[in-house]
Structure formats: C-alpha cells, structure tokens
Design a protein around this ligand. Structure first.
Ligand SMILES: Cc1cc2nc3c(=O)[nH]c(=O)nc-3n(C[C@H](O)[C@H](O)[C@H](O)COP(=O)(O)OP(=O)(O)OC[C@H]3O[C@@H](n4cnc5c(N)ncnc54)[C@H](O)[C@@H]3O)c2cc1C
Length: 397
C-alpha cells in the first residue's frame, strides 16, 4: 500500500504534524514510524514541560514566530483536552552584572516578539516568590509561561490520532529514504511525501538519504538536580536572564504535577546521541568523531565553547552547582540537592562550520518528496503545533 504521508519519529513534532495533516487532508492515509516501543523515550518525554512564551528568540526567526503562535495553540489544546497545566508565569532574575546588562535587551526582544513582559522590582519579587534571591534592582515577569505534562500531551495526541485512523508503528526503525521510499532493515514502504522528524537521528537519516548540508551534529546533555527538601516551594518558574548568544537558557527551576521541584538542565557535551547515562555512545566511531569535534571547538574556543565548557565543568560538583544557583535561590542548602538519574535529556543540537556557531534556530530542509527537520531544539515542544503548519508550508501542501 502506498501512503499519502509518512512521518519518521513520533516525538511531539511527528505527532502534531500527523494531527495537522489529518485535519487538512481528512481522507489521506498517514503512517508514523517510531523505532522505540513508545513516543516519549527521547526529547518529547524528557523535557521541562515548559510552554515558552517566545521572549528569547531573535525577532523574525523561526523560533520566535513558531514559539509565539505554537505555544498559544498548545495551551488551547491542553485546555480543550482537560490535561494538566499550571499557568504559573515566569520570573527572570539577573545573576551577574553581565546578565543584568541583558535585561533591557531581553525586555525589548520580548516586546518585538509580541509577548507580554513586565519589569518587576526586587522587593516585589521577594514578596511574590520568597525563596528567590534577586541581587539587582529589577527582574522580569512573563505571565504566559506555563508548565504541562509532556507525556500526557503525547498520550492525548496518540489517542486522537488513532481515532483519526493514523497508523503509528512502534519498534520500526527507518534507515534511509530515497525518492518516495522508506527503507528499514528488511522492508520498503512507499509514501507520497515523507517527513523526517527523527530528533537526535534526523541528521543521520538525512545524510543516509543523500541530502547535502553543511551542519555537523553536536549533542549536549541536560541533567537536573532534584530538591529533596519538601518545604522548598516556588510559585513561578524561575529562570536567569541568559546570554542570548547561546541556544541554552541557563539553570532554572522546573516542577511537575506531583509537586517535585528540580533545578537544571546542565549543558554538558556528550559523545553519543542517546547516552543518558555515561558519556560514550554505542557507536564507537561516532563517539570518537564527537570527542574530536568537541575538543577542536573547545581548543579554538569556537562560539565561546571553551568558556561554556569551563562553566559547565564547575557545575559537575554539588558545590559548584550550588554556588551557581544560590545567585537566584534562597532557603536552599547543598544537602537539599540530589542529582536525578531519571530526569535527563539530550538536545539535538547542530553546529554550523561556516559561521563556527551552534545553530540558534530551527532548520528545515526540503528534498524532492521529503522534508527534514534538523535542529528541533528548545522550544520545539512549545512551538510544535505551529511547527507542523510550517512543515506543511515548506512541503507546499
Ligand atoms: C533537557 C531538555 C529540556 C527541554 N525543555 C523544554 C521545554 O521545557 N519546553 C520546550 O518547548 N522544549 C524543551 N526542550 C526541547 C524539546 O524537548 C524538543 O525540542 C522536542 O521534544 C523535539 O521533539 P522531536 O519530536 O523533534 O524529537 P523527539 O522527541 O526526540 O522525537 C524523535 C523521535 O524519532 C524517533 N526516531 C529516531 N530515529 C528514528 C528512526 N531511524 N526510525 C524511526 N524513528 C526514529 C525517536 O525514537 C524519537 O521518538 C527541552 C529539551 C531538552 C533536551
């Protein structure tokens, strides 16, 4: 049987795309191929569940446009399906003179992106969030930002897709695509248009499918520390005012529907695509390549990666981590922190050898009858519904 659309990967990008395709092409035959036994083994089940508002991203970029629109749509979906959401809002605190000097930039950027944001005095921050420690006169407040349960969102989408007769094939690994064919170890499947939404493996599938692109893969692991002290609570998400040159947002608070609080994620180089525990991946050749790649960038300090690596090194010990977070939080002790081996994710980050920078936007590349999603970094989860519309536009559907 030939499908109208085939999607590789059932993370949030694959699921929302199938949802939007089916809404637009009601009679189409859609199939999703997923190599794992479920849809939440990787990024879409391991993230902070934050519906980002879109304040951080360069105005006009895909991340800005798709996040601002997509997060509103995701919020509507969550509410219409009666899923868990905590509309807590976000506080952004300066953690150094440099960070404070970025407050105005971030404020203006948020305004340009059309997101509601307010400057807020440190006394007011202390009043509404007693466990914070704002050392400068002002911080920022973003009312839109919320937290949801990423696994529950995927589960709901899967149930709806099944009702819409979309096939989801688990334990089905795609090796490459060619023209309108998808290849597994033993099978070939045909589809009118193929979408490669394979997250951490999207670039590998694209390369195996003869797509020419200049980017290299450079994954970063994000680890979280759990706050064991049950008396420590926050009413808002609390983030630092970040260095806007990097795609990472800095260590921040994160909480879930069970009332567990975490601080993270780190941004540690990792030498395997799905290496959640340990450092080296299953593919030794690729691990060696990644070690070489990271070392070169660190030695030459490309995109200030040496500076970033040194900062990250200091976070590897509990003491170093604590010294960093006490710039934002009060009433917390090193003994309250426990490194979580459950809550850890890997960013599917790519590097541009031409500009020598970590790519700071989503990247979508078209081939004949195929569309590849190459840099679905944060906030792709928040942006996913609008991302799906964008993919359909790119594929001229
Ligand atoms: C630590 C961390 C925290 C984050 N926090 C947030 C946040 O709070 N808010 C936010 O908006 N974003 C956040 N993000 C980003 C967000 O999680 C990702 O951008 C998003 O989940 C990407 O979705 P995806 O569908 O592209 O990838 P994935 O969820 O990785 O899905 C890709 C799927 O493809 C499958 N696959 C791979 N290869 C093959 C193959 N060969 N054949 C078949 N299937 C294959 C994989 O098994 C996987 O299920 C965070 C990311 C990290 C790492």
């Amino acid at each position: 049987m030939k499908y109208d659309f085939a999607i590789i990967g059932s993370g949030i990008i694959g699921l929302t795309l199938a949802f939007k395709l089916k809404q637009k092409f009601n009679n189409s035959k859609i199939t999703i191929f997923e190599k794992e036994p479920n849809s939440t083994s990787h990024g879409s089940g391991r993230n902070s569940g934050v519906l980002h508002s879109g304040i951080y991203y360069e105005p006009g970029s895909l991340r800005a446009n798709l996040c601002v629109t997509g997060a509103k749509e995701l919020k509507e979906y969550i509410k219409s399906e009666n899923l868990w959401i905590n509309e807590c809002g976000k506080l952004l605190l300066p953690t150094s003179e440099y960070s404070y000097s970025n407050l105005e930039n971030l404020f203006n950027r948020a305004k340009k992106n059309g997101v509601e944001i307010n400057k807020i005095k440190n006394e007011e921050i202390k009043r509404i969030e007693p466990n914070t420690n704002c050392q400068f006169e002002y911080g920022l407040h973003v009312p839109f930002t919320s937290v949801a349960d990423p696994k529950e969102v995927s589960k709901s989408l899967i149930e709806n897709l099944r009702k819409m007769n979309v096939e989801i094939n688990y334990n089905f690994k795609i090796l490459k695509i060619n023209e309108q064919k998808l290849f597994t170890q033993n099978n070939t499947v045909e589809a009118g248009h193929i979408f490669n939404c394979a997250g951490l493996f999207a670039d590998e599938i694209a390369k195996n499918s003869n797509l020419e692109f200049r980017y290299s893969f450079l994954p970063f692991k994000g680890k979280y520390w759990k706050i064991k002290n049950k008396n420590f609570k926050l009413n808002h998400l609390v983030y630092p005012i970040p260095d806007l040159r990097y795609p990472f947002l800095g260590l921040h608070s994160s909480h879930n529907r069970h009332g567990d609080f975490y601080i993270g994620p780190s941004s540690t180089p990792v030498f395997g695509r799905e290496q959640y525990n340990g450092i080296l991946g299953d593919n030794l050749k690729e691990s060696i390549g990644l070690i070489f790649n990271f070392s070169k960038k660190i030695i030459f300090n490309e995109n200030k990666l040496r500076t970033l690596a040194l900062q990250e090194l200091s976070l590897l010990t509990k003491r170093g981590f604590f010294d960093q977070i006490k710039k934002m939080f009060n009433n917390i002790n090193p003994d309250d922190l426990e490194l979580s081996d459950q809550k850890v994710g890997i960013r599917s980050q790519i590097f541009d050898p031409q500009s020598k920078n970590l790519v700071n936007d989503f990247v979508v590349i078209n081939q004949k009858n195929a569309t590849h999603v190459l840099n679905a970094i944060s906030p792709a989860w928040s942006a996913s519904f609008a991302f799906a519309d964008h993919l359909m536009n790119e594929a001229s559907l």
